[in-house]
Design a protein. Structure first.
Lengths: 185, 807
């Protein structure tokens, strides 16, 4: 009889100890955010363009983690889809947009046409447009993600998207692409 | 046991992994003396001749500069100054073909050199000068590493660790190049001076000059010039012994860890030409304005080593050396192993250009067509960085960047030894370069994405914060109002409201009587006064825009409307406020919005019409506005159409403003006066700034209400504007004061009516008089801004025209 009691007591004690341990661990090592969503957010290009239908990259990352289609990121292109597919463990679906390798662009404000309405400033998701009311605005090139969101709100259509300029610093080292000028004899 | 220092002192040398023995081909130039090239007529100075941030030009086109003057200031930590090589006039700063494999044009300062020589040098320093002063001098002289990588020397000479070895790199292992050899043979003592400067800055335990043993004359010259503190070491000729990390291993047996720089293990390596330039800058005060360049190849009639001013175009240099062009000519900058073929012959000589090879296809044939890898492993045998070139090649072709990083692609020094020995003629280094560029751009994008994310999150947080702050403010204000109300009983509230009404009236009209009839009369009077004053200057002026008849018609309309207002006033007074408000309240917010858009369009078009002077009669204009308003019935408009309409309205508005602004300033003047007068007549003489502000706010509200008015007119199809305006006003007031009693509502109504009257006169003025006359101070400001914009544009246009003429 006493053996049974002892066994019950010991098991109860063990259960309590481990329960406490687990309870402590669940509080102490609590994961604040969905690690998969976080991982996907890392991969997304962070243009915050909203082309996926979500208000930014993070909401889309969370949606993907909850089963949203993985091929909605147009700026990320094929590569991003492939990486997300490998994280989510799903097949690679065809990209939604025709262009698989999107050309990186940035916004350019045609400054003589700008009327200083600040509409683009309000639209920019990364605060990459400088300017104030009735003053000419301009784009901070280094911060522009090329998301396109400032183009539509402009009342005078003075914002155009231009491809990122190639410099010796960001040159892709493709020698075959260089038009070599041959010298005439 | 002997330490490494002892072994180094004993003259022991080590060996790096791999290496090759390409034909040296230095015979053509290795005995030639240095020839100074005369200053060409034009110099091209790129602002980015170094690793790191491009320098920022501090001069502008048209300026005259003296030799040694600063042209572009260094930007950031790793950057170098750019110095004028001679007296010149800056003809332009534009994009020009760069001395870079990409051939991408970069920002370049174009100098037209002048005859007179006004040499601007620094005051010479001595070896006993302060270290910081010497570093500052080297930086100011624009000195970068002249061996090839162009790392800013001042940065390299100020390490944050104690330095054991100062190694002077004179190995010059690449075929063809003899520039350093010539420098050592002819200017050994100046080089030693420069090394002394570096010794002073770094205070190393050992200073070693490393020279490949195929340059016996140079070794002899340096040994003669060197003192006891400097070791001249002949090292075996083996490509790429001149590579920084390979040279360190040969001389000290130490290997620089992956991803580290030599300074991390207490070693600084400087090119011998850099030492020469530093010595000249510090001890003679001469900045870096020229360098020794080997010009060679079988197509050059006078190959040799030339002292070339920086910025001279390669074309000029080759022509000076008797260059005979052949078809499909290649010009190689740098050595044949690590150099690149130039794609714009007008590119300038820059700080890192040590050799120009103009060789025919017989001397330097094009590489054979690439074959498949046969996995022979020769490349691994010769790799000086102990990498696996064959593996790297597979990964590079697969674009497997993670694997490439795992296999230490970034330790590759791109020496080309692997490609040299490859039996399949695979351009291995080219694959690595592409992969490296790709990885770098990926890293850059990742960093950019990270920044974008941070900025996006910061913005979202800011918007959220603003919103909560606004809500908090509104809530506090509401609480305050509530508290104020509950403190007083109903009678007090009525009294307070009445007092407010009185106070308001005293502000808005000259009359202080509160009786409604009097108020109406006052409103009519003020409206008339406004009208009279607003139209008078326009009539008096021989303006094309406003004819006498027109103003008279406008006056008549205004008067009629004022009368109508007077007639409606008592009726409205008696009506139940709830029934009045039922009409506007039934409108959905969307409808109101749409109507507002339509009104804006109508207004913009009316303005445009007026300013274009197409209609001389005011009545037709109003009619047309009505038509436009009616025709642009927005109920069935899709959101896209509305958006388009909005944009069109804004454009129209902007155009109208511009037109107004472009009109003669004489018209502007009386308008301003009349507005001033209107303001004076409707406001008491003693205006505090706060009152003015209030008035301005009131004007804005009135404008907004006018829009609303137009919207309501459209939906209700009622002939009188004023009633609807009052209704709207009352609805709003009622909502605001829902909590207080009936008497409070009545008081508020009185107030609202008062507002409505004011507004009515404003609206009438708006409708009956042309735009320039009714400009509020705010509008005036707008017009002025528009005028400035217009002026700027005119200027730009003029400039463009000028440019076109020039062209």
């Amino acid at each position: 009889m006493s053996i049974v009691l002892i066994a019950i007591a010991v098991l109860t004690a063990l259960g309590l100890v481990f329960g406490l341990l687990l309870g402590f661990a669940s509080i102490k090592f609590k994961v604040e955010e969905d690690p998969i969503a976080e991982k996907i957010d890392e991969i997304l290009p962070q243009t915050q363009c909203g082309q996926c239908g979500y208000p930014g990259c993070k909401p889309y990352a969370e949606a993907v983690a909850n089963g949203e289609a993985i091929n909605k990121c147009a700026p990320g292109g094929k590569q991003t889809i492939e990486v997300i597919a490998s994280i989510m463990g799903v097949e690679v679906p065809p990209a939604q947009s025709e262009e698989t390798t999107p050309v990186k662009t940035i916004a350019l404000i045609i400054e003589e046409d700008c009327i200083g309405c600040t509409k683009c400033i309000q639209a920019c998701p990364v605060d990459a447009i400088m300017g104030t009311t009735k003053q000419m605005h301009t784009v901070i090139i280094d911060e522009c993600t090329g998301c396109d969101l400032c183009v539509d709100p402009c009342p005078v259509d003075c914002i155009v998207m231009i491809p990122v300029k190639q410099t010796p610093q960001n040159w892709n080292a493709q020698l075959t692409a260089i038009p070599v000028k041959l010298l005439e004899p | 046991m002997k330490t490494i220092l002892n072994l180094v002192d004993d003259g022991q040398l080590w060996k790096f992994h791999g290496g090759i023995h390409p034909p040296s081909r230095k015979e053509r130039t290795q005995d030639s003396a240095i020839v100074t090239i005369p200053m060409p007529a034009t110099l091209y100075i790129p602002v980015s001749q170094h690793i790191g941030q491009p320098a920022l030009p501090v001069i502008s086109a048209g300026m005259d500069v003296a030799q040694g003057q600063l042209l572009a200031r260094k930007e950031g930590f790793i950057s170098a100054n750019v110095i004028a090589p001679t007296d010149a006039n800056i003809s332009d700063i534009r994009l020009h073909g760069a001395c870079h494999p990409s051939g991408i044009a970069t920002q370049t300062i174009i100098l037209e050199t002048s005859e007179s020589r006004d040499e601007l040098t620094f005051s010479p320093l001595t070896l006993s000068s302060e270290n910081s002063e010497i570093i500052e001098r080297i930086s100011a002289s624009g000195i970068t590493g002249l061996g090839g990588a162009s790392f800013p020397t001042a940065v390299k000479l100020a390490p944050n660790k104690p330095i054991d070895y100062l190694i002077i790199n004179a190995a010059e292992c690449e075929p063809y190049i003899t520039a350093d050899d010539a420098l050592m043979r002819e200017r050994a003592s100046e080089i030693i001076d420069g090394i002394k400067v570096m010794q002073k800055l770094l205070s190393p335990q050992r200073t070693i000059i490393a020279i490949e043993d195929n340059k016996p004359q140079a070794i002899a010259a340096m040994e003669t010039a060197a003192d006891d503190t400097i070791i001249v070491r002949a090292i075996p000729t083996l490509y790429p012994a001149g590579g920084e990390k390979q040279l360190i291993e040969v001389l000290t047996s130490m290997q620089v860890p992956s991803g580290k720089i030599p300074a991390d293990i207490g070693i600084v390596v400087q090119n011998i030409a850099t030492a020469y330039a530093a010595g000249k800058a510090v001890l003679k005060g001469q900045p870096l304005v020229s360098r020794i360049v080997t010009v060679t190849g079988d197509l050059v009639q006078r190959p040799g080593n030339y002292e070339v001013p920086l910025g001279m175009s390669i074309k000029d240099l080759l022509e000076h050396c008797g260059f005979s062009k052949v078809s499909a000519q290649k010009i190689i900058v740098g050595g044949p192993m690590m150099g690149f073929s130039l794609n714009d012959i007008n590119a300038p000589i820059v700080k890192s250009t040590n050799c120009i090879i103009a060789a025919s296809d017989t001397e330097l044939p094009n590489p054979p067509i690439e074959q498949n890898c046969i996995r022979c492993g020769d490349c691994e045998q010769v790799c000086p960085a102990e990498l696996l070139p064959q593996q790297l090649q597979w990964f590079a072709k697969d674009q497997d960047y993670d694997k490439l990083k795992e296999h230490d692609l970034f330790d590759c020094i791109e020496c080309g030894a692997c490609a040299y020995v490859c039996p399949s003629s695979i351009p291995l280094v080219q694959y690595y370069r592409v992969a490296k560029a790709e990885i770098r751009s990926e890293d850059r994008e990742k960093e950019q994405a990270q920044r974008a994310k941070e900025r996006f999150e910061a913005r979202t947080a800011r918007l959220e914060r603003d919103k909560t702050e606004r809500e908090e403010r509104n809530r506090l204000a509401a609480e305050k109002r509530k508290a104020a109300m509950s403190n007083n009983n109903d009678g007090d509230a009525v009294a307070a409201a009445l007092a407010r009404v009185k106070a308001k009236k005293s502000q808005t009209s000259a009359s202080t009587d509160a009786a409604p009839e009097d108020r109406v009369a006052a409103a009519i009077a003020s409206a008339k006064a406004k009208k009279a004053q607003a139209t008078q200057p326009a009539v008096a002026e021989p303006s094309e825009q406003v004819t006498d008849q027109k103003s008279r018609v406008a006056d008549a309309i205004a008067r009629a409307k004022a009368k109508k207002l007077a007639a409606q006033q008592p009726k409205v007074d008696k009506e139940e406020p709830v029934s009045e408000s039922s009409e506007p309240a039934s409108q959905s917010p969307e409808q109101i919005k749409k109507a507002r858009i339509a009104a804006t369009i109508a207004k913009a078009k009316a303005k445009k019409l007026a300013s274009q002077q197409e209609l001389t009669e005011q009545e037709p204009t109003q009619e047309s506005v009505q038509e436009i308003t009616d025709s642009s019935e927005p109920v069935s408009q899709s959101p896209e159409q509305i958006k388009k309409a909005r944009i069109a309205a804004t454009i129209a508005k902007a155009k109208a403003k511009k037109l107004a602004a472009q009109q003669e300033p004489t018209e502007q003047e009386p308008t301003q006066e009349s507005v001033q007068e209107v303001t004076d007549s409707s406001e008491p003489a003693s205006q505090s700034p706060e009152q003015i502000k209030k008035a301005r706010i009131a004007a804005t509200i009135a404008k907004a209400k006018a829009k609303k008015l137009a919207a309501q007119k459209m939906f209700q199809q009622e002939p009188t504007k004023l009633e609807s305006a009052q209704q709207e006003q009352m609805t709003q007031t009622q909502i605001q004061n829902k909590t207080s009693g009936d008497s409070h509502i009545a008081a508020a109504m009185a107030k609202a009516k008062n507002d409505a009257e004011k507004e009515a006169s404003q609206v009438m003025a708006d409708a009956s008089i042309q735009k320039p006359q009714t400009m509020s101070p705010e509008e005036q400001k707008k017009a002025r801004i528009a005028k400035v914009v217009a002026k700027a544009k005119a200027k730009a246009l003029a400039n463009k025209n000028l440019d076109n003429k020039d062209n």
